[in-house]
Structures are given as C-alpha cells and as structure tokens.
Write a protein that binds this ligand. Structure first.
Ligand code: SF4
Ligand code: SF4
Length: 398
C-alpha cells in the first residue's frame, strides 16, 4: 500500500493490507467462518446497518476501505468477542485497521475530533484541551492532599472527573466519602496524565505508550502501590494493559472500595429506603471487560436502593456508545445507543439511572436533554448515591 498523499486510494493492494492487519494485531481475522453471530449482538444493528463480520471478511482478503466511517464505529463494547465461536478478536482487529488509517492519515470528518484529542493528550495530558495545571482545581476547599509515599492509596482521578463540570461532582463526592471513611489517600494533580485507554482504541498507539510511560514513571517515582479509579476505562488499562510495560499495581475501582468500606463499617449509611425508583446500567469496561457486576449492586442495596433491572443487564448490557474513542466522535442523534438506554430506563419505571463510568454519564446526560427527560429522570454515578445516603460523622445525618 502506497503512503497516502493527496488522493485517497479506494482499495489498498490486498497483500500489503493483510500483512499490515497482522502486524497491527488483527491476525485472528483468518479464524472467522462468517457465521454472523457477532452482527446479531452488535448494538449498531439497533440503529443502522453495520457489519463487523463484513469488516473482518474484507480485512482477511486485504480489501478494507480504510477511508470509510465503518472502521471507526466499533465502541469496543465487548459483546461480540464473547459470542464468537472461533475466538476472533474483533476489537483488536478493528483497532489494527484504525492504526493503519492513522498511519496513512486518513480520517473521515466525524472522527477528526479524536485526532484533536491526540494533540491535547500529548500537550496537556488530557483530551479536553484543558490546562494541566488546573487538573486538581476540583479539589479546592476539600481535604485532599498531594500523594506521598506510604499513603494507603493513590486516587487517580482521571480526565473527565478532573475537568468536566458534571463529572467533577463525582470526584468531590468520592473525596468526601474517602475522608469520612478515614482513608489515607492523595492525588497527583498536575502530575497525573490521561490513562490512555481510549486514545489507544483509536489507533494512536504511540500516544498511548507516551501517556502510559509518563504515568508509570510518576507512579514509581512517587512510591505508588495501590490505585483507586472512578473510571472503568482507567481500571481496564491499568489492570490489563499497563502490565505490558512489566509493571503491576494494585488497582481498585470505586465500586469495589465502596463495598469494602461499607462492609468494614467505615461508611455509615442512613437506614430506610432510597425513596426513588432506581435502575443500574453496567458500563462495558466494568462489566463485560472486567466482570464487576455484583459489587455495584451490593453497594446500591446497602444504600437502601431496591433495584429494578434493565431488560439488558450484566453480560448483556447495552453499550452507551462512548467506548473505543467514540465519546470524541460525532454520532447522529438517531444512532445514539444512549437514547435507547434511557428509553429502557423509563420503561422499567426508573426515576434515577445509576452507572459508574464518565462516558456513560456524558452520553446519558446528553440523551436526557435530547429526549426531554430532564424533568423525570436523573443520571447519577454510584458514588453520588452513596454520598447522599451517608451519615457524615462530622455533620450528623445527611
Ligand atoms: S462470530 Fe466470529 S466466526 Fe462468526 S462471523 Fe463473527 S467473527 Fe466470524
Ligand atoms: S465490540 Fe461491540 S460495538 Fe464493536 S463490533 Fe463487537 S458488538 Fe459491535
């Protein structure tokens, strides 16, 4: 395949694409026998025509159209890999095609924002074009200390929880809970960089490696052993991808820690019911990718919530649409999975949709406005529910 210059080649010469797909990590494409089970479970087929089976077939023949939108659709939700009888790694294959497109600098318009995110990640350590020095501003006025060696844990806040006005409330709730429970924790502030999980899924492998190495060096230099995260994306990459750099840290998601603190009696929760009908959405990277289904439900139960389950929950959870870097890409209103999810939440009578992921909350909040459900449905992070239900020892009830 010739390097792209001015004209985009419609179909790249097949042998080179096959070799490049293999080199980029998509070699399992050859195992596919085209049964189509992946397409049946793919959420895209709820909103438009899309076939990962066809993409796999084309890639195995070297006929991929790297200029099109299709290779950018997969949200890496994890649904099709768990249904494939041949062990095809659809996510890795999709990412390998994006790496090729990135190498040839071929991006459809809807994907360009993800390229802007790459630049911002390299310059400021976050995808939101925010100032690195303002990363800890959310903690102003709170008892939150810089991390020091010997502390019980590092709270790795993550980009959205550090900067996004909606998500900062979750970071604040987290800090209040940790303080109330007497957890000895600190943050890295401006020394924290994006975990790099999502940008890697857009094919920007070098950006991921740069971020990962920066974070690993900071963790090692500061004597970090145990890391608390609020985002399932940070959780997944620290736990499953950073070991590629020959390091291993103990990683805890907030849902795991909340349950532990409740069971140890370090958080006191008000008695009595939550008072509103609540449903829970399993984020792909917490559930399907890492198997944390019971912990959030147990936490909600201890917070007085009587959960009503969504029609597609746990392993079958419907993706919000934000993974795989899609949170930075444009999705037409009629193609947003999050709209479907909110309709499901209303159909089960929920007044509050609880989840535990910044991308889910971002997409759900947007859908709440689009669907004009803002009067009848609240979107909450599980941390916010626990903070509301908590008896603060310093302030008494509430
Ligand atoms: S489920 Fe697996 S074998 Fe079947 S079409 Fe999809 S990738 Fe191929
Ligand atoms: S991982 Fe999810 S979004 Fe991606 S192709 Fe498979 S089912 Fe579709």
């Amino acid at each position: 395949m010739a390097k792209k210059t001015e004209n985009v080649e419609t179909v790249a010469p097949f042998k080179e694409v096959i070799a490049e797909v293999k080199a980029a990590g998509g070699e399992t494409a050859r195992l596919c026998y085209q049964c189509g089970k992946c397409d049946v479970v793919c959420p895209w087929n709820r909103v438009r025509d899309f076939s990962i089976r066809k993409i796999i077939r084309e890639a195995s023949l070297g006929l991929t159209e790297i200029e099109g939108e299709d290779i950018w659709r997969c949200t890496t939700c994890g649904s099709c890999p768990s249904h494939c009888p041949r062990g095809v790694e659809q996510i890795e294959l999709g990412v390998s095609l994006r790496r090729i497109a990135a190498e040839y600098d071929v991006f459809p318009t809807s994907v360009r924002a993800a390229r802007t995110a790459s630049g911002s990640l390299l310059a400021d350590g976050n995808p939101l074009s925010e100032d690195r020095d303002k990363r800890a501003d959310w903690a102003q006025g709170l008892e939150v200390r810089p991390f020091e060696e010997g502390m019980e844990l590092l709270y790795f806040v993550g980009c959205y929880f550090s900067y996004d006005p909606r998500m900062k409330k979750v970071a604040v709730a987290t800090a209040k809970i940790l303080n109330a429970a007497g957890v000895d924790f600190g943050i890295l502030g401006a020394k924290e960089s994006c975990c790099g999980e999502s940008i890697r899924k857009t094919g920007a492998e070098e950006v991921f490696k740069t971020l990962a190495k920066e974070n690993i060096k900071t963790f090692v230099d500061n004597g970090v052993k145990k890391i608390l995260v609020s985002s399932p994306h940070c959780y997944d990459t620290f736990k499953n991808e950073y070991p590629e750099f020959m390091v291993k840290f103990e990683v805890v998601h907030i849902t795991e820690l909340l349950l532990e603190l409740i069971e140890q009696g370090r958080i006191e929760l008000r008695q009595g019911g939550y008072g509103k009908q609540v449903t829970y959405h399993d984020p792909c990277y917490l559930g399907r990718h890492n198997g944390l289904y019971d912990e959030p439900r147990a936490v909600l139960k201890r917070a007085g919530v009587e959960l009503v389950e969504l029609p597609e929950s746990r392993e079958n959870s419907l993706c919000c649409g934000g993974g795989g870097g899609r949170v930075w890409m444009d999705t037409p209103v009629g193609e947003r999975f999050s709209n479907l999810r909110l309709k499901q939440a209303r159909e089960v009578g929920a007044e509050v949709l609880v989840t535990s992921c910044p991308y889910c909350i971002t997409n759900f909040e947007e859908s709440r406005l689009t669907l004009e459900l803002d009067e009848v449905l609240e979107i909450k992070d599980i941390t916010e529910v626990v903070a509301e239900a908590m008896v603060d020892p310093k302030q008494g009830e509430g």
